[in-house]
Each structure stands twice: as C-alpha cells, then as structure tokens.
Ligand binder design. Sequence first.
Ligand SMILES: *[C@@H]1O[C@H](CO)[C@@H](O)[C@H](O)[C@H]1NC(C)=O
Ligand SMILES: *[C@@H]1O[C@H](CO)[C@@H](O)[C@H](O)[C@H]1NC(C)=O
Length: 390
Amino acid sequence: MTTTSDLDVKIDYFLSSLICQESGQNFLATYHDSVLYNSQSIPQIHISLHHFLVIMLIRLLFFSSLFLVNDAKSTVQTLHVQPQYKLPPKSFSASHKFEGSSDLVNLRYHMGPVLSSPINIYLIWYGKWSASQKTLIKDFLLSISASNQSSPSVPEWWHTVSLYTDQTGANISRSVLLAGEYTDHLYSHGTQLTRLSIQDVIATAVRSKPFPIDHKKGIYLILTSVDVTMQDFCRAVCGFHYFTFPSMVGYTLPYAWVGNSGKQCPEVCAYPFAVPGYMGGGGPGALNPPNGDIGVDGMISVIGHELAELSSNPLVNAWYAGEDPMAPTEIGDLCEGLYGTGGGGGFIGQVMRDKQGRTYNLNGISGRKFLVQWIWDPVLKACAGPNALD
Ligand SMILES: *[C@@H]1O[C@H](CO)[C@@H](O)[C@H](O)[C@H]1NC(C)=O
Ligand SMILES: *[C@@H]1O[C@H](CO)[C@@H](O)[C@H](O)[C@H]1NC(C)=O
C-alpha cells in the first residue's frame, strides 16, 4: 500500500541516511534491519536519488487493492481503496515486482555465523504491558517450534528461515524457545530511548539475577510499551536488530527491539490494521487485527521480521543483499509488506479472513491467528510463506 505518510518517511529516511554518511556520523546509522512498513525496500535505497523521487512520484498516483480470501466461502474479495485513482497495474508492477522475482535481488552469504543451535529468546518487557498483551506475544513466540498446528502455521512460516545455512552447512535452528523474561515496568532508562540507550536496558536486565547472560544461544528481544518513544521510531523504523557492545553490556549479545506503535504511528508500523487518515473516508478502512489489538497484532509481524533477520545475520556478517554492509537488505526486508500470493508493489497479497472478519495468514497455538509478512526463500529465490496459493 502506498501512502503519503509512507513516502514522507521513506524520503526522510533516504535523506537522513545520506546526511548521516556525509557527516561521517555513520555510527548510529549502521544499525541494520530496520523494519519500516508500507514500503518496498528493494530498489529505492540502492538507486539514485533521481530515480528514487521519480518512482515515489509515480507511486503517488496509484492506490492499490487488498485481496482477501474469505475462508468461510473460499471466495476472493477485492477491496478497492479509492478506486477512482486506480490505474492499470501493469506499468507499476514492471518496476516493483517482488513475489517470484529474483532479478533485482543479490542476496549473498558473507561467511559469518547464523543461529544454528537451538535459539533461546530472552524477553524484556519495557514499560507497561497488560497480561493479555504479553500472552499474545508469547503465544506467537511459542508457536514457532510447537507441533500440531493446522496449516498454514507459524512453524511452516519459520521453515523458510531454517533454509539458511552457514559455511559448515548448518541450518538455522527450527527450535526457538522462550527461555526467560524480565519486566522493566518502572522504565529504568526513561520513556525516551535511543539506539544506544537500549543497550543500557539490556545491561540492566542481565545484571538482574536470575535473568541470564546467554552469549552462546541467547537472543534478547526488547519490547517497549505504547508510551515509550525510540529514536527513529515511526519516522524510519518499526523495529531493528543488532548486537550489544561488550563495553556497555559485558558481552556481544544479539538483540532486537520492537515497539508498540498503537498510539504513536499504527498507520505506519501496524499497517494494514490501521491506515493513514486520508484513506479513511470512502475506502474499506483498516483490516481487522486477528487478536483485536492493533498495536500488538502489528508488532507480531515486526517481531517475526526481526527474528528471521537476527537468525540469518546475527553479527551482520552473514546473509544480506547489497554491497554496503552499512546498509544491508536482509531476508525480511526483501518481503516487507507482503503477506500472501499476488502481493508486492502496494498489494499485501491474498490472506485469509475468518467468520468474525479477522484478517490473518498463519495459525498458531491455542487457536491463535496471526498476520505475519513473508520471508525471502533462498531455494526458491522468491518471497515465500505457507499460505501461498500457487
Ligand atoms: C493435536 O490437536 C488435536 C486437535 O486439535 C488434539 O485433539 C490433540 O490432542 C492434539 N495433540 C497434541 C499432542 O497436542
Ligand atoms: C537446510 O537448508 C537447505 C537449503 O539451504 C535445505 O535443502 C535443507 O533441507 C535444510 N535442512 C534442514 C534440516 O532443514
């Protein structure tokens, strides 16, 4: 879905990247794997500013449709968003073809490790979280390795991630465990965090026994509540992953941060459960989130994106596309905004809708449903997900 807010953010991001690099302040611009929703990130970042702006202008002229498969009737519904502006998609898809397309993608392995041992997730809840919000996110994490879920399932979605290997041929582990939780409900480092101060949050957590430092198999997932701001949140990122500095935390620990955008920018980071204001009248509006919580349902897909990329590029020297390791395009970035067959170029693709009208593409444990973006498949050389129709 192309939106003006998306374009603003994208252009901002592009320009701020340039500015950061020109002023030599690359340091904070080197955090990888920022998720920004509503965007297709393959070509823009790597092409010239001129082409970038031209593409953005072209995209401004198009409004797209959402395809929904109603699982009760198995009919495909097409919801047009402001169809009066809709032009034939041919010229559009020519420049933005994602699903099934590999010609623009140069995903390469750079010889570093992937997470091939069983993965222990350590959750850090920063700020105020309700029990139901915590349960929802934990149910998603617990679904990744659980058996006995109906297809298309969360483990089937992770299967695509597990196809990535290191130089010894070891695959990313299919075992993802929730190994520990830490609650920082007193906002130990305030309500305005930065890309650097998030490492202080991790340091505080791992110094609190019995929350462990697991530098062999651990990944640390920091989730911030609706009232916490993060440097670049909404403007350029919905989540990111990196690793901690020994000088700050004592160890090099891979971590990911994802924020609840529910109050700050749901139309950016919880899209398509919220849509920009100008699309509200006349169009079909936002899609119903599968668990009734726009902010947290939106976080689930960002968490999936970050976990996939962290596992395949934990030290930012394994799997990514692009020549510049300072601005890699990773396995989630390649499929951002794509949730089903026919997606890409502003289309989320064909997803399911249950009898209550809730939108989803994956089944999880306890009857849960989730809407999670697809991941780049290294074998198919295309974006893939278990709800594919073809
Ligand atoms: C698997 O699911 C079926 C039906 O949902 C249930 O009856 C069965 O007990 C489950 N098995 C396990 C091992 O959880
Ligand atoms: C490991 O990944 C390769 C593709 O890279 C795949 O063919 C193979 O089935 C995977 N092995 C396991 C155990 O998942």
